[in-house]
Design a protein around this ligand. Structure first.
Ligand code: NCC
Length: 276
């Protein structure tokens, strides 16, 4: 497979990856029960048109980065899973506009998820690994983690906080593009929360700065900036095709290599600024 030019790749991402949230009119969610739980407003209506956005990976290399002020200067900031800001503002900032969480966290760590104040800020989006190109109905019957009850509990406790379920079709549309643009065979597992979050922000924003997804000179085996846990797989990937995701993001980066080295920063255009 020959690699596409960065311009063509951006067009493929724009035209083939459908970033949508589950709505009350979608298949198994079109019941009167689900209408009570799904947000009334669409994500687009909730966030409006966003200018400059930041995506903050959870990598250990954010430690001692002093990127907090720069990150907070963006109009909107997306963070992942249980990544905290309190106590880490100097390095990661304090603004959280969107938090993307995986279904494992919502299910396995349900007690913390329902209790910790960390999750009460900003807009929540949960995603779950679906079978390859499955219809919503099939996925609904056998989700990877059955997070639906926990989702409903959270919605009952925080009815005013927007909380969306990512349409699972997106992950495989994105995976196909990753595979087509890689020379090797990629394990058939969905992209990481990091890669999904990047593409979500590219649909909402004019421009997206991504921090420490491509590691800077601070690269480390420490998994997260908020934990003392060492594992190389966090940066290189094990279950998720992280290495392939990072190669693709490097390919479409519009910033400089210097920015990657010093800030772990990549700059990507929003899809509305991509001309095909
Ligand atoms: O670790 P995690 O990811 O929450 O990190 C969020 C995203 O940041 C990027 N990252 C992280 C660490 C690192 N050293 N380099 C990075 O580039 C990745 O893009 C990553 O997606 C996930 O993707 O949802 C993941 O979630 C965790 C875990 O479930 C949550 O943190 C909740 O506790 C997974 N870890 C385990 O299951 C043990 C991880 O594999 C993927």
């Amino acid at each position: 497979a020959a690699k596409l030019s960065p311009e063509k790749l951006l067009c493929q991402l724009r035209d083939r990856v459908n970033v949508t949230m589950i709505e009350g009119s979608d298949g198994p969610f079109d019941t009167s029960e689900w209408q009570q739980y799904l947000p009334g407003k669409s994500l687009n209506e909730t966030v409006g048109r966003l200018g400059h956005c930041a995506v903050v990976s959870s990598a250990g290399s954010l430690k001692s980065s002093h990127l907090g002020q720069e990150i907070d200067s963006h109009d909107a900031v997306l963070r992942f899973n249980g990544a905290p800001t309190r106590g880490f503002q100097e390095d990661v900032g304090q603004k959280t506009t969107i938090r993307l969480v995986n279904s494992q966290l919502v299910t396995v760590e349900e007690q913390q998820f329902l209790r910790e104040a960390l999750y009460n800020t900003g807009i929540l989006i949960v995603w779950d690994p679906a079978p390859y190109h499955a219809e919503i109905n099939e996925w609904y019957r056998k989700p990877d983690y059955n997070f639906f009850e926990s989702y409903k509990s959270y919605r009952s406790m925080h009815p005013e906080q927007p909380f969306y379920i990512l349409n699972p079709k997106m992950q495989w549309q994105l995976w196909d593009i990753l595979q087509e643009n890689s020379l090797e065979h990629i394990q058939p597992n969905p992209p990481s929360s990091g890669m999904l979050g990047i593409v979500i922000m590219m649909t909402l924003c004019d421009e997206v700065d991504v921090y420490e997804f491509l590691p800077s000179k601070r690269q480390t085996d420490i998994c997260h900036y908020y934990q003392k846990f060492h594992d190389r797989a966090c940066t290189m990937g094990a279950y998720h095709p992280l290495l392939f995701e990072k190669n693709l993001v490097k390919h479409i980066n519009q910033g400089t290599d210097e920015d990657i080295y010093t800030h772990g920063k990549v700059t990507l255009p929003g899809f509305r600024n991509v001309r095909c």
